[in-house]
Design a protein around this ligand. Structure first.
Ligand code: FE2
Length: 282
């Protein structure tokens, strides 16, 4: 099978056509999809009909599928643990959310940047959509790195950034009041070298990046604000308008993503898998 790769935005994002992920793929097709993925950061296969097993098999094209882990302590997202699947949904049954990250807008972030080994990729499959909203915006962090003013980049080169997450969706953590024993966190290189492509990428996000190592709080906040603005520059953002059956896979080491608001009274359901990662280097 030969796939067709159609770019959706100058910065990132491509549709892969001629692929039916419900069927086992031959090695050549899988290799073509991986190449399109490395080149385009976000790939979309439209009109897919996938049960759990088929989505799992499709995910294996990109690596080893990760299992969901429980939060260290305190509140975590709903849904089951010790399974590879997470339901990203606002659906509530018998008073209990059946999944995680229910309603509304969610700020730009990398998935699991607060783990020692952040996930390689995330796969999101659209099963129920609202009448409007809920678009996912993806931003190219290779380009963001190139856009950092030279003087700032030189000052920050070789530093680490504290990444943390308490499952809030549109609010930065307050370092003065946050109890780090109860919140997942990890120091990461501020600029990472992508293990697969060897390219440098900015590794911050407005939702999860708390502080830059070796700077005063004020200097750190000032630098982070500049980096957040660069990372969200509209010129490097592709906005995905979901259709049912869309299977979207993103490279979680060189992109951040955000979700736009949608009507909370309407059900939205996405089935999510992640691919195991590795420690990120400068
Ligand atoms: Fe996410």
């Amino acid at each position: 099978m030969t796939i067709e790769v159609v770019k959706m935005h100058p910065a990132l994002g491509a549709e892969i056509r001629g692929v039916d992920l419900s069927k086992p793929l031959d090695a050549q097709t899988a290799a073509e999809i991986r190449r399109a993925f490395d080149e385009n950061i976000v790939v979309v296969a439209r009109g897919q009909t996938l049960d759990e097993q088929q989505q799992l098999r499709a995910a294996e094209i990109f690596g080893k599928v990760a299992y969901r882990r429980r939060p260290v302590a305190g509140p975590g997202p709903g849904g089951d643990f010790d399974t590879p699947f997470m339901l990203v949904t606002n659906i509530v049954e018998n008073g209990k959310p059946i999944g995680a990250f229910g309603d509304g807008e969610m700020w730009f972030h990398h998935d699991t940047s607060y783990y020692p080994e952040p996930h390689r990729a995330t796969l999101l499959y659209a099963m129920k959509l609202t009448s409007w909203g809920g678009e996912t915006c993806f931003s190219n962090m290779y380009m963001a790195y190139e856009m950092i003013p030279r003087a700032l980049r030189d000052r920050l080169e070789g530093r680490r950034v504290l990444q943390m997450h308490d499952y809030k969706r549109r609010e930065r953590l307050n370092l003065d009041t946050a109890d780090l024993t109860r919140i997942r966190h990890n120091w990461q290189p501020l600029f990472v070298t992508h293990p697969a492509t060897g390219r440098k990428a900015l590794y911050v996000s407005r939702l999860m990046s708390a502080q830059i190592e070796g700077l005063s709080r004020e200097e750190s906040e000032d630098a982070l604000e500049q980096l957040f603005d660069i990372s969200e520059d509209p010129s490097i953002v592709y906005e995905h308008n979901w259709a049912l059956g869309d299977m979207v896979i993103w490279d979680n080491w060189c992109s951040i993503h955000a979700r736009k608001d949608f009507p909370r009274e309407e059900p939205r359901l996405m089935r999510r898998l992640t691919i195991e990662g590795q420690a990120l280097q400068f």
